[in-house]
Design a protein around this ligand. Structure first.
Ligand SMILES: [Ca+2]
Ligand SMILES: [Ca+2]
Ligand SMILES: [Ca+2]
Length: 163
């Protein structure tokens, strides 16, 4: 992955999620909805098993041509539900850039395809990063603040003020 300015900003956002806490209420609602769908057992938190099960379902629905790999096109086409929020906020382009950055993070060997293994490993890394208190489960707040897709969408839709 070639580092770019946007990548640097995202890394900063990932490193300090609370700094980018503010986001649109619709975006937050969507992220909350995502949390609810991952939280299959309805316990108010998600464990690694729920997270990877959800991830593998998402992988299947993203893999439009069924070749067990996600192309950038498949990744961008699928949509996390945030793109409409981004569009309404006039941030469609920034949102797409942010999703490209997430794709580049998840494409660990940089061959422009995300394999099933890369996807699973990336989600596990995301899970551990988001689990700030290290108790092996994610609360809704940890998920909203730490899951890379949420972090990237938030940074794109509601960027920190320019200096
Ligand atoms: Ca595919
Ligand atoms: Ca790859
Ligand atoms: Ca936790």
């Amino acid at each position: 992955m070639r580092p770019t300015l946007t990548t640097g900003l995202l890394i900063a956002a990932l490193a300090a999620p609370t700094a980018a806490l503010a986001q649109t209420s619709e975006g937050r609602d969507l992220a909350r909805l995502a949390f609810t769908s991952v939280d299959q057992a309805d316990r108010g938190y998600i464990d690694q098993g729920e997270f990877t099960t959800f991830g593998s379902d998402v992988f299947v629905s993203m893999d439009y041509n069924g070749n067990d790999r996600l192309s950038l096109g498949e990744f961008l086409t699928w949509g996390f539900g945030m793109e409409q929020v981004a569009e309404e906020a006039g941030r469609a382009e920034a949102y797409e850039t942010a999703m490209r950055v997430v794709f580049a993070f998840w494409d660990r060997n940089g061959d422009n395809e995300i394999t099933r293994t890369e996807h699973r490993q990336s989600l596990l890394t995301d899970f551990r990063r988001a689990d700030t208190n290290n108790d092996a489960v994610l609360t809704e707040e940890e998920f909203l603040l730490g899951f890379s897709v949420n972090v990237a969408a938030r940074a794109a839709i509601n960027p920190p003020p320019a200096e």
